[in-house]
Design a protein around this ligand. Sequence first.
Ligand code: BES
Ligand code: MN
Ligand code: MN
Length: 455
Amino acid sequence: MEYIKTYLSEHQERFIQELLSLLRIPSVSADKAFKEHVHEAASFIAEKLVAAGADNVEICPTAGYPIVYGEKLVDKNLPTVLVYGHYDVQPADPLELWTSPPFEPVVKEGKIYARGASDDKGQMYMHLKAFEMMMANGGVPCNVKFMIEGEEEVGSDNLETFVRANTERLACDVVLVSDTALISLENPSITTGLRGLSYVEVEVTGPNRDLHSGIYGGAVANPINVLADMIASLHDEKGYITIPGFYDDVDEVSREERTLMAKAPFSLDNYKAHLDIADVQGEEGYSTLERTSIRPTLDVNGIWGGYIGEGAKTVLPSKAFAKISMRLVPNQDSAKITKLFQQHFESIAPASVKVKVKPHHGGEAAVTPTDSIAYKAAEQAMETTFGKRPIPLRSGGSIPIVTMFEQVLGIKTVLMGFGLDSDAIHSPNEHFAIENYLKGIETIPYFYKNFTNLH
Ligand code: BES
Ligand code: MN
Ligand code: MN
């Protein structure tokens, strides 16, 4: 695999420039205003797949944004890797907190700053460039298929329909995804679990119109006060979630696995310093790493209502709203949890208000095997390029399609991510280190080689 270093050093500048071009396309799937650009990103990916040597490249329309497909089939007796990634990105706001514009990527101290740099354009594009590199140096060692979607950040609503309609075209032995993080370049890790998600929006209505808070205040329920009370009651003093039945199906993680987790390199002091917080908070009896991976959570993502303009306006508002997410762990069912939330939230509402709960997209948690050929291929690949064996570690984020691939295609996923938790994904000033980008491109060909040889 001598060619990797040579090819990388000759082409890395172009690899970086191409990623910067992709990052200039504001492919925000959540906001209709960016519609044209989301399509533009799909075309960009398709074009680069063709240029790298993929066959049957197609921009497959869906009821939403298209899925870009491409393949290189070398021999039906060889295994097949299906690469999944997403070309859509999260909205960039709050814009004023970015030190450089989110869609005008800049390189500072070896890091690329732009929305999508790490999640997932940078990580997804590593696969295209690794593919190009293999194709330019004798070809791929096994069959490769690409499925790059444009709706991951809005719940992958149309992916399942596409997968069900294309089971033959997508037939494979493993799904390979780079859309997660590793601990650090010094301490590589492979993600072996993801949390599920239940996401709801609540609306609390008090009086039928905004009222003068002097004339009516004190006698009429203020929906914002009530909502705040209701939300506060969703956790008890030990940090447990109070929704009846919420923990019923939770898979408790074994002592052994928890002992193993406790050995993962992690500094609570660095963690706090990085976030500028004096202390952490969470469920009693669990460590920070456990709280963010093997335990379910409930968080308010946004809350609004009443007057939020400049100055003071005395008003007792008619309505209050909040968006609430619950991260779920294996064996919890997102639809069931959404229902439990709804019943509970309605039951705790005082008679002075009306409550509506509107479910959004959800998804199931996933655990990926560590005893598979694909996992070993990834482990050995990373050991080769990092000089250190990666450790398996569960992550707190969600990629709901992992469970869907398992259910629809019967195929397991390997989550070989090269981002860092500190990449500020979904936040202002998202970034991706060039070192991580290149390390990913370097590692992926080893994965293919190992995966083929281990078969
Ligand atoms: N790539 C992330 C998920 C992720 C990030 C997993 C870091 C592990 C480590 C993905 O793009 C994402 O943001 N997923 C959403 C859920 C989705 C249904 C909108 C999430 O986790 O909030
Ligand atoms: Mn992602
Ligand atoms: Mn994301």
